[in-house]
Design a protein. Structure first.
Length: 317
């Protein structure tokens, strides 16, 4: 492939990156499948990296690009791809070094020169970003979330593609009740970091507050597809079912959370409510007594135990 012109190589590799899920899968016949069988093949490592970069998994993509270079792929375009991964991780200093390396090998490669100029601006803005974040944190300590959000917007004007800043801003907007804007922030983060479940959960919660049920369900299911045991995603969905009085569905999800964290009081409390609503007084009592073992001062558990006793007395009448 080294005999081809760079434009031809980039065009071919773009098609590889955009290949179907079946072709790129780890299942029989996919790129990742063959990469596992032939781990020292530089082209298979390159193709795997291209697929991972396209999905936004920049860390794993960078590891595969490094492996491709280690096993003999010495073309400067590997550094170009590594620079894009570094930029995707907001590692602007490393991106700048890699882009300079690309230009040393290919001085006429205009995309690298343009990217280097953009990254240089990002690096230059890092000092200003740090000062602004200090101000943001000061406003938060003072309880002025609105002012913190406004200052963070200034930081985003300097680095609009910074996913961490976008996520931070979304969290502040959520606290302020600006759910539509918060959702937009989380959506941008998800586009940059598609493999992180936490931001999908935050987007789901914003959708829930907006009354966007399909959006909420899609975001939660997206988080669970990434991490089936994601506590926050399971809790958000369980709480939603509880709100809709789907007590069995809700209880099943709360119990799944407790498989990992059996002493999670925030999960035990609504689970007890579910069993009470389902008429299972014995299990309800067990759950609330367990809460009082963990937190004897928990007033809600004590009150619910009184409700259980009252319900039993009513049944005897």
């Amino acid at each position: 492939m080294h005999s081809l012109e760079p434009d031809q190589l980039f065009a071919a590799e773009e098609r590889i990156a955009e290949c179907s899920p079946l072709l790129r899968s780890g299942g029989s016949g996919g790129i990742i499948h063959y990469r596992c069988f032939y781990p020292q093949d530089p082209l298979l490592r390159l193709w795997t990296a291209l697929v991972l970069k396209r999905t936004g998994d920049f860390q794993r993509a960078a590891e595969e690009f490094e492996a491709a270079r280690e096993y003999g792929l010495s073309h400067w375009r590997v550094d170009w791809y590594l620079a894009q991964c570094a930029k995707g991780r907001n590692d602007f200093e490393n991106a700048r070094i890699l882009l300079a390396t690309v230009l040393a090998a290919a001085p006429d490669f205009l995309p690298a020169r343009e990217a280097l100029d953009a990254v240089a601006e990002q690096v230059a803005g890092s000092g200003a970003i740090s000062e602004l974040l200090d101000t943001v944190n000061q406003h938060i300590r003072e309880g002025n979330v609105k002012k913190a959000s406004e200052v963070l917007e200034e930081a985003l004007r300097i680095q609009p593609d910074n996913a961490d800043l976008q996520g931070f801003h979304g969290s502040l907007l959520f606290q302020l009740g600006e759910y539509t804007r918060a959702r937009a922030c989380f959506q941008r983060v998800v586009e940059v970091k598609p493999k992180e479940a936490s931001f999908r959960v935050q987007m789901a919660l914003a959708c829930r507050e907006m009354g966007d049920v399909p959006g909420f369900e899609a975001a939660v299911q997206g988080a669970l597809a990434i991490d089936p045991g994601c506590r926050d995603a399971l809790k958000a969905l369980a709480d939603f079912h509880l709100q809709k009085e789907r007590f069995r569905d809700s209880a099943a999800l709360y119990r799944k959370i407790l498989e990992r964290t059996p002493d999670d009081i925030e999960t035990l409390l609504p689970l007890g409510v579910c069993f009470f609503k389902l008429g299972d007084l014995a299990t309800t009592e067990t759950v609330f007594r367990r809460i009082l073992e963990l937190a004897p001062e928990n007033q809600m558990a004590a009150e619910n135990l009184e409700a259980v006793e009252l319900a039993r007395a009513v049944k005897k009448l």
